[in-house]
Design a protein around this ligand. Structure first.
Ligand code: TXA
Ligand code: MG
Length: 367
């Protein structure tokens, strides 16, 4: 990416891309852009007012640190270099801690966020790190994301581009629904590939830790040199690199307006009796692996019940890709309750990332 020359025709898409990049660099109103995980709401990570613009648009509490997005390793190294006069010759050559070499090689660009020490005299605005001595860095693989970061030529702080507490946006339309009137630019890259956020890892702790499950699984991480013993969450808080478990995890999140009833994979399947007895008029169902289509059929007796059925299918990648979109679609139908069929998860796998989001979205968790 470093030596790219832009020789595009000045069609509408290119003009918009350039305007969005200019706005990202110069204005305090954030710009929404696609990534392979979810849509991000980006701002120049080096300017406090721009970063505050993100919190304002999202109405998000500001004690939650943001991930910084880079278009190239060179851009990340340049940011880390202020510490170079204090470090070894090896670090001088590459200021990225060696533990990250294998995972960067394997997963970047892609859905992995690494925790790095924030250098002394860091150019990052303090609002990005929310007072921590570390920051999260990621290189997305979506081309529009890489282009807009490269054109703006600044590290881009970006949380998901939803209103705070809402499901993360996996299409430009979702961003528009949440943030219309609050932002000037939404780059439309179509639906997101992965559908859940990046995996956040801390390689500075021993053993390395997964702070947030996401698009890269623990199994995939374990195949990388130095990451064979990676654990979910810190093994021993005292051993950690001095930061709390990803602080964002404590907030209610990912919730549609309707109440979500999440059935764990081993719970008994629901029947339509409950919503009927409670005289609900419409419900949504998100099915995955086992629930019978019979469950969604409207029987002839009983009070009328409108049922909206979404079948995501059994495949975990498909479920991750379609989940947030399904919740939003059912919200549009203004259903009273959404019944969701959970899937079996093991610590650190992509199913765990899905269930992590669903458990936060759920009002009731049926086990
Ligand atoms: O896929 C993604 O990562 C999306 C797209 C837009 O790139 N971004 C995203 O960012 O999910 P955000 O800001 O919503 O999530 C940041 C997560 C939170 O759980 C936060 O607590 C954690 O990363 N985090 C950020 N900096 C951290 C740090 N220095 N130490 C520990 N956790 C950190
Ligand atoms: Mg988010």
């Amino acid at each position: 990416l470093d030596d790219w020359q832009f020789e595009f025709n000045e069609n509408e898409d290119v003009v918009n891309l350039k305007l969005a990049a200019g706005s990202l660099r110069d204005s305090d109103i954030p710009v929404a852009f696609p990534t392979e995980t979810v849509y991000g709401l980006g701002a120049d990570a080096t300017r406090s007012n721009a970063v505050l613009g993100i919190y304002k648009a999202k109405q998000r509490p500001s004690d939650n640190p943001l991930i910084c997005h880079f278009a190239s390793l060179q851009q990340l190294r340049d940011l880390l270099r202020p510490i170079s006069n204090e470090c070894s010759a090896e670090q001088l050559e590459d200021p990225i801690p060696p533990i990250y070499k294998s995972v960067i090689q394997k997963f970047w660009p892609g859905p992995l966020t690494i925790i790095l020490p924030n250098p002394k005299n860091s150019p990052l605005a303090p609002e990005v790190t929310a007072g921590l001595h570390t920051f999260g860095a990621r290189m997305p693989r979506n081309l529009l994301a890489l282009l807009v970061i490269k054109l703006a030529n600044v590290p881009v702080a970006a949380p998901s581009a939803n209103a705070s507490t809402k499901p993360s946006p996996t299409a430009a339309e979702h961003v528009k629904n949440d943030l219309h009137g609050r932002i000037d630019y939404i780059l439309d890259g179509g639906p997101c590939d992965v559908g859940v956020e990046s995996t956040v890892v801390d390689g500075l702790s021993d053993p390395p830790a997964i702070l947030r499950p996401g698009g890269v699984s623990i199994e995939q991480l374990r195949s990388c040199a130095g990451w064979e013993d990676v654990v979910v969450g810190y093994k021993d808080a005292a051993e950690a690199s001095g930061v709390p478990r990803a602080p964002g995890m404590k907030y209610r999140h990912y919730s549609p307006a309707a109440s979500v009833l999440l059935y764990e994979s081993n719970a008994i399947s629901p029947t339509l009796e409950t919503p009927r007895k409670q005289e609900m008029s419409s419900i949504g169902i998100v099915r995955t692996r086992k629930w019978e289509p019979a469950f969604v059929e409207n029987p002839t007796s009983g009070s009328p019940l409108k049922v909206w059925d979404i079948n995501l299918g059994p495949n975990v990648e498909d479920i991750a890709r379609g989940l947030f979109s399904a919740l939003r679609e059912l919200d549009k139908k203004q259903v009273d309750v959404i019944f969701v069929e959970g899937i079996a998860d093991e610590e650190g796998d992509v199913a765990a990332a899905v269930m992590n989001r669903l458990r936060k979205a759920a009002e009731v968790n049926v086990t």
